[in-house]
Design a binder for this molecule. Sequence first.
Ligand code: BES
Ligand code: MN
Ligand code: ZN
Length: 489
Amino acid sequence: MAHLSKVKHSSADWRKVKSDAIAVGIYDDLKLSRQLQGVNRELGRGLSNALAAKLINGKVGEVKTVVGKKGAIAFVFGLGKRGELNAEKLRRAGGGVSKVCIANKVDSVAFIMPVDGKENYFSQAAAEGLVLGSYQFNEFKTTDEDPFEMKGATVVGGHKTSVSKGAHIAHGVCLARNVENRPGNVATPTHIADNAKEIGKAGGMKVTVFDREKFTKMGMGALAGVASGTEVPPKFIIMEYMGGPKKQKPKVLVGKGLTFDSGGISIKPAAKMDEMKYDMCGSGVVLGVMKAVAELKPKMNIIGIIPSTENMSGDKAYRPGDVLTAYNGKTIEVLNTDAEGRLILADALSYATKHYDPEYILDFATLTGAVVVALGHVATGIMGTDEALVKTIKTSSKTTGEKVWEFPLWDEYIDQVKSRIADVKNVGAPMQAGTIAGGAFLKSFVGEDIPWCHFDIAGTAWGDKDLPYQNKGTATGEVIRLVVDLLGI
Ligand code: BES
Ligand code: MN
Ligand code: ZN
């Protein structure tokens, strides 16, 4: 496993913790975050020389290596301004420390919490950072001479159960990153279903998988339409975790599992088409959250639904102009076969509406290029039908540091996805409000009285952000932490 599989906790004196290095925080006033007994004896000149030479400046994200007496190694991580510590700074510190461990081939580290006790979420964030920063995707490297994986980390001080919670959540994120980083010829719908089954087995969930024949017979005409151009078997996957009272309404999570999006007959340009292997990152969010659920076993009911297929062209593929009938009976005029994500989600949202009485439905999808135009790679676009739900999502977003920005779903936009010959069409007004058109389309497949929120993660699911706990140009697993927080686990 190319990430830390466990983060230990210790409330002992730091000198008693067995590890190959210690990591200690420093503020930008260049004073250590804690007066560590004996630190001068161990690191003595190493630390004071580094400070005198201004090698260390205490900036957030900075991690410097200091070698002391008898080769004692310390990683000194920056915490910024004293008195302004927050969870995100600790997450970055944890991530940075793991990265430096890997770069220096250091097996294990004792991460000394800069503040003790009190703020449990600080401990959780530090553990999240340590695991996420240790993540490497090297499954397809066969010739690397010397791959190095970290063996262990111990958080010293802080709150024990929060440390393990942070590690469990990060395991969910790492699982999602693994599936998401795999290319379309490996991470097929069957592969996604296999992951769902494995998570389900560990977490006591019921996992049901419908194949093409079954879901077509059931009336999922939209998924069947998109899947018609590929011979790679499509799947409709349902994960049911019933950890709460039977009568308690479930929270339903739906994720777009498009394992490769060529655009279909409305084919995409060649540039960056490889990135469309990431078009299943919505399903990655569902798998990642369910993995964390399997490990944390909360007392609540949570359903995960993943429609999964490729979107290919060819003589069997669906065409622009085709009319498809979704699971809720509504008809859809296909004006662009590249707006396929909303089609497969239409069946999934209809299924959730019909078979559960959800407390709320959330869907996650790399749905539009337009959201990248609007928000760049900085924030996830959200839109929903329930003010209270959207408000709690914004609160969770602030907590976990995964930015969201709300778009409106006004009636004018709903009108833009009405079709002349069918109930709806799968594109909005040309060159206008593309992200909202996606949301407006999805809305007609969600039960009227069910609180629902759509997350367009096309800008945040992979790519541009270079953080100590995230690698540029690869899958991020973003919003998994947010959703776990929102669920109230
Ligand atoms: N998977 C894409 C969205 C996408 C594009 C995500 C680029 C990330 C980067 C989606 O299926 C798509 O092709 N959407 C179209 C919709 C349009 C045809 C209405 C788009 O955004 O161009
Ligand atoms: Mn597409
Ligand atoms: Zn797509």
